[in-house]
Design a protein around this ligand. Structure first.
Ligand code: MV4
Length: 449
C-alpha cells in the first residue's frame, strides 16, 4: 500500500464512509469542507481538515483549484470523489493525475465515454450488452429521425446525449407530436447541458430498474457483484433499494453478470462501476453506465461481504482485486432505506437542528450517517441525512428486521422520510416484490388524491 493520506472530496454520509474505509486500512484522511460543514462528523473524525470555500457547491465541493490546493498543502497522495459533485468529471480526474495524486476512480477516458450517453450506448453495444432498440447514435436530421421512430414503432423516447439520470427526456406517443418534441428536446438539452445532441429509443412502458455492480482492475480482469433493484423512486430520486432483485433468478444473474463482467474486462475498466438496465418481460436492456461508487452500494456489500470502498482504494493503488468471481457468493437479502430531511408526503426539504438522535442497532443493522444530537442540517445540499441498511437471510426476514430498525430510529427536529418507509413496508405490492419504476409515484398519487 503506497497511499498514506487520502483526501475526501465530498461531504455527508459518503465522506464518513470513505473515512472509515481509509482508517481501517491505516490510511490518514483529509476532509475538505465548505463553511457550512465545519461541524460535520467526518470533519471531526478526519486527521486533517481544510475549509475550501463558502456553502454554494460551485465555490467549494466543485472548486477544483481549491481542492487540488488543499491536497498539495496537506500532502495528500490520493483523492476519493465519493458520488455526485466531481465524481464523474473526467477533466477533474485528469487534473488529479497530472498533479501526481492517485485518482480513486475509473480511467478518465472511460468516465468521459460513459458521460456521453450516445457514446456509452455505442460502447456497450460493441461490448455485447443488450441495448434498447433505437437510433444508431445521435439523430440530427428530422426526416431521418421520423423514419427511425416509425421503424422502431411508437411510443418512442427522445433522450439528450449529455443527459442522464432522467434529465432531458421526452416520451412521444405518435408521429403527430414527433417534430415538436424532438425540437423541444434539442433546445432544452442545449440550454441545460450546452449540447443539443439527442437520440431515440423504443419507450418501455413499465420496466424495472436493475443495475449490476462491477469492478475492474484496469488491466483486463473484472468481476460482477450481482444486481440491485432500484425501481422504487420518485422524480428520479431513489427511495429504497434492495439486493438481490425479487425478480432476477440465479440463472439470469449469473448469465447477465457474466456478460457485464466480460464487457468490463474487455474495455480494461478500472475501479467500481454500475451498469444500469431496464428490465421488462424478462429481458435486460442497457441504458447507462455510472462510473462511480453509488449511494446504494451497501446492499451489495451486505449480500457479498465485499467492502467496495476498500476495493476501490486497493485498485487505485495498483493492487489486484481481492476476490475472484468464484469467491463471490450471493447470500441472503439486503434493503436500504434512504432517510431524507424532508416532509415524508410532500417532499419539501426540512433542514435545521437535530435536537435528539439515536441510530438503530442490533444484528445485521447498519446506519451510514454523519448525524448526531445537536447537528444542524445545512439547507444547501442534498436532503439525504442517513441510510438504514438491513440484512436478513430471506427477504421476509430482512423486511421484519427493517420494520424493527425503523421503529428504533430517533431523529428529532427535522421531518424525515421514516414514516414513508414505514408505510411502504406495509404495502402488499412491496411485500410481494411486485413493483416497477412507476409504482411509487402512482402509490403516492393515490394516497393523497
Ligand atoms: C427509459 C425509460 C423507458 N424507455 N428509456 C430515466 C433515467 C434514465 N437513467 C433513463 N430513464 C428511463 N429511460 C426507455 N427506452 C424510462 C426511464 C425512466 C426511469 C428509469 C429508471 C428508473 C426510473 C425511471 C423513471 C422514469 C423514467
Amino acid at each position: 500500500m503506497s497511499i498514506r493520506r487520502l483526501l475526501i472530496a465530498n461531504r455527508g454520509e459518503i465522506a464518513l464512509r470513505i473515512h472509515r474505509a481509509a482508517h481501517e486500512m491505516g490510511i490518514e484522511t483529509v476532509a475538505v469542507h465548505s463553511t457550512a460543514d465545519a461541524e460535520a462528523m467526518h470533519v471531526r473524525l478526519a486527521d486533517h481538515a481544510v475549509c475550501i470555500g463558502p456553502p454554494a457547491a460551485r465555490d467549494s465541493y466543485l472548486n477544483v483549484a481549491a481542492i487540488i490546493s488543499a491536497a498539495e498543502i496537506t500532502q495528500a497522495d490520493a483523492i476519493h470523489p465519493g458520488y455526485g459533485f466531481l465524481s464523474e468529471n473526467a477533466k477533474f480526474a485528469e487534473i488529479v493525475e497530472a498533479h501526481d495524486i492517485t485518482w480513486i476512480g475509473p480511467k478518465p477516458e472511460h468516465i468521459r465515454t460513459m458521460g456521453d450517453k450516445v457514446e456509452a450506448k455505442r460502447t456497450a453495444g460493441a461490448l455485447g450488452l443488450p441495448l434498447v432498440p433505437g437510433s444508431d447514435g445521435a439523430v440530427s436530421e428530422i426526416g431521418e429521425a421520423r423514419r427511425i421512430a416509425a421503424e422502431i414503432g411508437y411510443p418512442v423516447i427522445i433522450k439528450a446525449a449529455s443527459g442522464g439520470g432522467g434529465r432531458g427526456m421526452k416520451v412521444c406517443t405518435g408521429p403527430d407530436e414527433f417534430e415538436t418534441l424532438i425540437q423541444q428536446a434539442g433546445s432544452e438539452a442545449k440550454a441545460a447541458f450546452g449540447d443539443a445532441t439527442v437520440y431515440i429509443e423504443k419507450y418501455l412502458g413499465n420496466p424495472r430498474h436493475i443495475e449490476f455492480q462491477i469492478f475492474g482492475d484496469g488491466k483486463g480482469k473484472a468481476i460482477h457483484l450481482g444486481e440491485r433493484d432500484c425501481s422504487l423512486q420518485r422524480r428520479h430520486q431513489k427511495v429504497l433499494e434492495e439486493a438481490p432483485s425479487p425478480v432476477i433468478s440465479n440463472n439470469d444473474r449469473n448469465h447477465m453478470g457474466g456478460i457485464v463482467a466480460k464487457a468490463m474486462a474487455d474495455m480494461g475498466y478500472r475501479g467500481a462501476g454500475t451498469i444500469e438496465f431496464l428490465w421488462e418481460d424478462g429481458k435486460f436492456y442497457f441504458i447507462e453506465m455510472n462510473t462511480r461508487l453509488q449511494v446504494e452500494h451497501p446492499v451489495t456489500e451486505a449480500i457479498t461481504g465485499v467492502d467496495l470502498v476498500r476495493e476501490q482504494i486497493r485498485i487505485a493503488d495498483g493492487l489486484p482485486l481481492s476476490v475472484t468471481q468464484d469467491d463471490i457468493e450471493f447470500k441472503g437479502h439486503a434493503i436500504e432505506c434512504r432517510i431524507n430531511a424532508e416532509d415524508p408526503w410532500n417532499f419539501t426539504p426540512s433542514p435545521g437542528a437535530v435536537t435528539n438522535y439515536h441510530a438503530a442497532g442490533g444484528m445485521h443493522v447498519r446506519v451510514d450517517s454523519g448525524l448526531y444530537a445537536g447537528y444542524k442540517i445545512p439547507p444547501y445540499y442534498d436532503s439525504m441525512i442517513a441510510k438504514l441498511i438491513v440484512y436478513g437471510r430471506t427477504r421476509e426476514g430482512c423486511i421484519m428486521r427493517l420494520k424493527r430498525a425503523l421503529e428504533e430510529m430517533v431523529i428529532e427536529g427535522p421531518k424525515t422520510s421514516i414514516p414513508l418507509h414505514q408505510a411502504l413496508l406495509k404495502e402488499p405490492d412491496f411485500l410481494s416484490g411486485d413493483y416497477t419504476i412507476k409504482w411509487l409515484e402512482e402509490w403516492l398519487a393515490n394516497r393523497i388524491g
